[in-house]
Design a binder for this molecule. Structure first.
Ligand code: FE
Ligand code: FE
Length: 255
């Protein structure tokens, strides 16, 4: 499905807020806030249920609760990769970071394509005209090709705009489960469209990042909304994923 954006849409309004608010300084603040937060204990299945009432304003294609999108993504992966259970689980949980809305975060700190702070904003960004409103736009330390970074410093060094991806990645990094780093990186970079779909930021990549790029692109063909409604999630499908979740997430998470 195509991502069709319209300048009068709720997506445009969301991107405008995101681009005005998400400065390097504000992003560092919110990252620290969640990295230092004293967490609460919750099971991954409870988390999944909590996304039932979240509708992502950044997605131009459909208004569906996110839990439906979770099962849709996982099922599309299962069709093509019936034996790759980690990839299926990744499909199911990749958007759980949207739980940030339960903590009172506005959507412009949760969803939307991610981009790099502290370096020149690429022209391929969605609603590029709005990024000119970002207080960092004219900052001479930031608005160059490399900005505050070094050539080939590696993706991990970059400060990305904040959202559900970065949040969930950090939660998974500090909890016990059986998902490997390959899949955690898919989660972390799945909304990084300027990088994975528009060839931007190549000058920051180190050799091992190319494998991450390949994995993210492989995942991304499944991370789209489809026109089916929630009726397709039957008891068998729920049971199948409950079992996988028990295997990969035997312990509660601290979020
Ligand atoms: Fe997402
Ligand atoms: Fe998604």
């Amino acid at each position: 499905m195509f991502r069709n954006y319209n300048i009068q849409s709720k997506q445009a309004q969301l991107y405008k807020k995101m681009y005005v608010e998400q400065t390097l300084e504000n992003v560092i603040k919110i990252r620290n806030k969640y990295n230092k937060r004293k967490g609460i204990k919750i099971s991954i299945k409870q988390l999944l249920l909590m996304l039932d009432d979240f509708v992502d304003d950044s997605d131009p294609d459909l208004d569906l609760p996110n839990s439906v999108h979770a099962y849709q993504t996982a099922e599309k992966i299962r069709e093509k990769y019936p034996d790759d259970y980690e990839m299926q689980i990744t499909g199911l949980i990749h958007d759980l970071g949207k739980i940030l809305y339960k903590f009172g975060e506005p959507q412009h700190y949760i969803v939307g394509d991610t981009f790099v702070l502290g370096a020149k904003f690429p022209k391929s960004m969605v609603f590029y005209n709005f990024i000119k409103l970002n207080p960092d736009f004219d900052n001479s330390n930031y608005n160059t090709k490399f900005g505050i970074y070094k050539a080939n410093c590696g993706l991990d060094e970059l400060i990305l705009s904040y959202g559900h991806d970065e949040y969930l990645y950090n939660i998974l990094k500090k909890n016990n489960h059986k998902l490997t780093d390959k899949y955690l990186n898919i989660i972390r970079y799945h909304s990084f469209y300027p990088w994975h779909s528009h060839n931007e930021y190549r000058h920051f990549m180190k050799d091992s990042d190319y494998e991450i790029l390949e994995n993210v692109n492989k995942f991304n063909e499944f991370d789209l909304y489809s026109k089916e409604n929630e009726d397709f999630i039957d008891e068998d499908i729920k049971k199948y994923y409950d079992k996988l979740l028990d295997i990969y997430f035997p312990e509660d998470l601290i979020i």
